[in-house]
Write a new protein. Structure first.
Length: 312
């Protein structure tokens, strides 16, 4: 058994030397990390192109929807980490048990307390799509623990990658405190270097004693995890369509460009006066400039690429 497997409890904060075991340039196409990377590409693309994620990346995330997404994460990670605790000594999962570095339950409890108050537990409930995800995680943890690798991989590697992009988007769009209340989920205080930690995690996955069939089942389960996430996204998107518009800066909802411009909320006070134009149409006019379009396209491409690992 390689030395990388000797301390499954994890990596101490700031102890970079223990990350160095991951510097391996001889990754094989049959390694689990490579199989997962290649085998979930299509699922990545589909998840990134759900309406919820696209809106999120553009900063069009409503506070109520963000709160509901945090609730979904709470139930998902509670199930995942319960099953990880159950299997912390199981050789098919033990090397990937990093409770100090990765576990999110406490961070999510802080976020829910911030959004819902001290009695947040009485104010939240598990949605239908989230419950299906939770049920699958419990089934895997109790009956097919080797597949727990797939769920841990899709969640935590995403949180440490594209999740950090979403953290910044949410903080800015929702005007959350600079002290990071409401987005503790994205804060990994005990991971000093995310890139090196991800290398370590992949190295430990590759060192698991798994046959070809089991690796294929793990890849299949990772794609299933993506589908569960997309179902949660779709559920949130449907809820979002039923919510009233939220006010933007200045107290006015942004005009969506549809229908009679005179019904734009901005014009309720401005129509007939010598005021400025509708913010939506001013923005559209600016966006039609070729240079602006080029800059916007580049920004969207960078954001989407950075979020490639993130699901929920």
């Amino acid at each position: 058994m390689p030395s990388a497997m000797e301390s499954p409890e994890g990596v101490e904060d700031g102890d970079v030397s223990r990350y160095e075991e991951t510097e391996d340039n001889n990754v094989s196409p049959t390694d689990l990390s490579e199989l997962l990377k290649e085998g979930t590409k299509e699922s990545h693309d589909r998840a990134e192109n759900t309406q919820f994620v696209k809106d999120f990346l553009k900063g069009r995330i409503r506070k109520e929807l963000f709160k509901l997404a945090t609730v979904a994460l709470h139930f998902t990670y509670s199930a995942l980490e319960e099953e990880m605790d159950r299997n912390k000594d199981n050789p098919v999962f033990a090397p990937l048990y990093f409770p100090t570095e990765l576990h999110r339950r406490e961070a999510l409890a802080k976020d829910l307390k911030y959004f819902y108050g001290e009695d947040w537990k009485e104010k939240i409930q598990c949605s239908e799509a989230t419950q299906q995800y939770v049920d699958r995680i419990h089934h895997v943890g109790q009956h097919e623990p080797e597949l727990l690798v797939a769920h841990a991989y899709t969640r935590y590697m995403g949180d440490l990658s594209g999740g950090q992009v979403l953290k910044k988007v949410a903080q800015r769009a929702l005007k959350l405190p600079s002290t990071e209340e409401g987005i503790q989920f994205y804060v990994f205080e005990n991971v000093s270097n995310a890139q090196q930690f991800k290398q370590l995690y992949r190295a430990r996955m590759n060192a698991l004693d798994l046959d070809k069939n089991t690796k294929e089942r793990i890849v299949e389960e990772a794609n299933r995890a993506f589908r569960f996430n997309m179902q949660v996204f779709d559920e949130l998107d449907k809820i979002g369509r039923s919510l009233p518009e939220e006010a933007q800066d200045g107290g006015f909802p942004v005009h969506d460009g549809k229908g009679d411009i005179r019904k734009c909320p901005y014009y309720a006070d401005k129509l007939g006066t010598a005021g400025p134009g509708c913010p939506f149409h001013a923005a559209v006019g600016l966006a039609r400039q070729p240079l602006v379009q080029l800059v916007l396209a580049a920004c969207v491409a960078v954001a989407a690429g950075a979020a490639a690992w993130y699901v929920l």
